[in-house]
Write a protein that binds this ligand. Sequence first.
Ligand code: NAD
Length: 490
Amino acid sequence: MSNQTNSSIGDTLPQTRVGLFIDGEWIYDRPSCFEVLNPSNEQALYAVPGATAKDLERALAAAQKGFEIWRNTPPVERNVIITRAIALVRERAEMIARTITLENGKLIADARAEVERSASFFDWDMAQALRAYGTIVPGEAGMQKLILRQPIGPVAGFTPWNVPLSAPSRKISGALCSGCSIILKAAEETPSAAVAMVQCFEEAGLPKGVLNLVFGNPAEVSTTLIASPVTRMVTLTGSVAVGKHLTQLAGQAMKPVLMELGGHAAVIVCEGVNAAAIGRMALKSKIRINAQWCAAPGRFLIHESVYEAFVSAYVDAALEVRVLDGMDASADLGPVSSGRRLAAMQHLVDDAVSRGGKVAVGGARVGSRGYFFAPTLLTDIPLDAAIMTDEPFGPVAAAVPFKTLDEALRIANSLPVGLAAFAFTNTLEEAERLSRDLDLGVLSINHFGAPDPDTPFGGVRDSGMGREGGPWSLDAYMVSKTVLQKTARV
Ligand code: NAD
């Protein structure tokens, strides 16, 4: 494991200036609500202007006005503008990727992949929008029974720092492709990618008010936007705690939500597989996006017959990991996002050790500058250790041996969250049982991939409600209206 931060690589400032975008106008001269840091060297980058109460009122009025225009724009014309904007995003991919790495710390290769993935959500949703058909129900003569599908109205979207472009893209794409307007509150920690995307839409000719971007005090912004009668739907990608809070606010105002929240993915490795190969793959998958992706594996449940082989391969692979500034092309793992997340990693390790657990590899901060933490595997831990119950959202994981599939399923399903899991098996019987009995939204069998835009992503129970992507990707942004129309003259 090596660590050397090269601050000259990470210091390139983005070609975007962070501002609020309300009713087609950029606003910069507001008091700062957050100081953005480069997590690779802890250097302050710039201040984020915070929206005032008046700004939020203006954004709401703009979103209402924008909605009236956009909902009446034919889907084909909407797609022309969105296509233009997304072409600009792709043209600026390198600049946007560097911005993401600078503010979030993820590897530049992961940031580039995030830009392309973000663009692909729009490709998918634009095609869906052209086929967002309603239904004609068979009726008696003189009566037409129509089920119209209409855009639900202005959306309030809230997005996190771990995927600064792809989470905003999911929300903007769902809203705009459905004919809705949106006010997006992107993460203050990583504002520039959303700013860059909004600039692309502005240059592409999106009518004013259709897309608004704000930053500020998160609690104040969410309370104001959700309570307003203008807002018709609320969507968040973020933590379970914030998700429950925003869902309560939305419930009080009787508004539907789309919640994509955290998880704590189990990886079930069954008897008879090549556990050494899976152990190496598991480490690579764990540290993707600096181990800060919501479906990242955290609980490795390994059949006792292959447990040693898995653990030893994972440890060997972890020892080869180069922990570096994400701008460095040779880095395998960058920093976690903040000092708070670094402390959370150390807490998971200390808690395990205090309960008799062992640190098979890693277990500590790397270096003294930047929020780097070594890829860590904890073993011999009780099932109520913090690493088994709290989503790590960083490069710490645990391995636990099991004897029977029943036992593995019981552990995997034992948490209130149910987002994603991975399983490795060579029997159809086990694969079918896992597919049926794992209580979650997404299961990958015999690989560590996650859904592309063509398949739904989202969780059950505390991991949220609703789905992003897939054949029903616009459903959360649309509402049905039944029209019973007599054709006789009155
Ligand atoms: P956190 O919940 O403290 O903050 C996450 C984000 O939520 C921040 O950007 C913050 O601005 C925003 N937020 C906080 N209160 C809000 C409010 N009232 N209204 C609107 N937005 C609000 O989490 P953290 O400590 O920064 O990150 C760690 C935890 O967050 C992890 O355990 C993980 O589950 C979760 N998380 C999940 C995702 C995801 O992709 N599902 C992304 C980021 C964080």
